[in-house]
Design a protein around this ligand. Structure first.
Ligand code: FES
Length: 70
């Protein structure tokens, strides 16, 4: 059984702003770039410690998207 906590989209990726992976995914799918995502969510506006995780996640999403479009 999958619970809400098992959903990776519910995982917080930026602890300063409380931004979850699902929020990043949603904005990415709307075509937002990292700067727009930061403005909308507040991610990357605190300590900056999430920068690498967010970049990596955006790369994963881009790869996922390119696989779906081929
Ligand atoms: S964890 Fe994202 S800015 Fe600090």
């Amino acid at each position: 059984m999958t619970t809400q906590q098992d959903n990776p989209d519910n995982e917080v990726i930026c602890y300063c702003s409380g931004t979850k992976r699902g929020q990043i995914r949603e904005l990415f799918l709307q075509g937002k770039d990292v700067e727009a995502i930061s403005r909308w969510t507040g991610a990357l506006t605190g300590c900056g410690g999430c920068e690498w995780d967010i970049q990596e996640f955006l790369e994963e999403l881009a790869i996922e998207q390119s696989k779906q479009s081929t």
